[in-house]
Design a protein around this ligand. Structure first.
Ligand code: GTR
Length: 325
């Protein structure tokens, strides 16, 4: 029986490899992260599923490590249909799809579970719909943990320690205002420029989750990491509306189902990677400030909420998010 199973698997593998070579359509998918990173591996799992379900007709080729460009550029290329798919943070989508902006408010999500309950429910469906008017189709929500500050200068144990320091943020207005609210200076720039900018002293630090702090190598040049967890930003897999419109209804179904399946894959990989990265950077000598009073940080964000949560619709959305259990 064991032999049979192995033989069957082998044959399936051969058949699969044979048909995979006959991809009728190859979709190019971009990610800023390297091979092995949870988001990259999850889109690869999605690709495998799509190939299997379409008998190898539709292939998805994942280009990691920003090979197709920095995140903001790749989102724009996806809008134009130059790239078929992109996996990126909501933070980078903010200025392109303004409906995502409120999801980037500091301390909006209380926990990963809270974020899942919001995104996997009606609010997640609503924001997904918003992408359609920007030539994008939202396919899957991935975890991105919580983001914290790190720098090359000194440990940060309270807001005052950030005063006057220069931190890289993603290219969006909310994060620039977030830094001003904390008395620090924001330098928006693409992810790929952060390492050398810290190394050469152009900026003092940045902010990100454990896996990115690790895989980007930022821990090598900015060893003071403070677990203030000011942001929990959803990550998204999106497809170009142009590409989507060129697919049959059946193939769209297959892709949607595979994307949903990949959410579970990513969330599991994410949880494992968070722990592994935390251990790795600690072993490499990062100094972690984990005992921190977050109350003043949360309080300091009030002006950011006042600036962005102004219309009745925005107020209602934020309230509904906060009230989601
Ligand atoms: C990572 C995120 C990326 C990118 C990056 C950044 O955590 O997964 O999509 O947005 O942060 O800071 O630019």
């Amino acid at each position: 029986m064991k032999h049979l199973t192995t033989l069957a698997a082998l044959l399936a593998g051969v058949a699969f490899a044979g048909s995979a070579m006959a991809c009728e359509t190859t979709l190019r998918s971009s990610d800023t992260h390297p091979d092995g990173y949870p988001t990259v591996e999850a889109v690869k799992a999605m690709a495998k599923e799509v190939e299997a379900k379409t008998d190898g007709r539709i292939c998805i080729e994942v280009f990691p490590s920003a090979q197709l460009g920095e995140e903001k550029d790749t989102i724009e290329q996806t809008q134009f249909g130059v790239i078929d798919m992109v996996r990126a943070s909501f933070g980078t989508f903010n200025d392109i799809v303004p409906e995502t902006q409120l999801f980037s408010l500091p301390y909006l999500f209380r926990s990963t579970e809270h974020m899942h309950n919001v995104l996997d429910g009606p609010i997640g469906d609503e924001v997904a719909t918003a992408f359609a008017s920007h030539d994008l189709v939202a396919l899957a929500y991935y975890d991105g943990g919580s983001r914290s500050f790190y720098n090359s200068k000194h440990p940060v144990t309270k807001i005052e320690d950030l005063s006057g320091m220069k931190f890289r943020v993603m290219q969006n207005d909310v994060f620039v205002d977030m830094m001003s609210a904390l008395g620090a200076n924001a330098t928006p720039m693409p992810y790929g420029e952060v390492y050398s900018s810290i190394q050469t002293g152009v900026i003092d630090g940045a902010e990100n989750n454990w896996p990115s702090y690790d895989s980007s190598g930022h821990f090598e040049v900015a060893k003071y990491y403070t677990l203030d967890q000011h942001l929990m930003v959803p990550e998204l897999v999106a497809m170009s509306q142009k590409t989507w419109d060129g697919l049959s209804a059946e193939d769209q179904e297959v892709i949607k189902a595979a994307a949903t399946m990949s959410e579970a894959v990513e969330r599991q990989l994410w949880a494992d990677q968070e722990k592994a990265s935390e251990e790795k950077v600690k072993a490499a000598g990062s100094e972690i400030v984990s005992e921190i009073d977050k109350a003043p940080f949360i309080e300091a964000m009030k002006p950011v909420y006042d600036k962005y949560v102004t219309t009745p619709e925005a107020k209602d959305l934020v309230k509904r998010i906060q009230e989601t259990q």
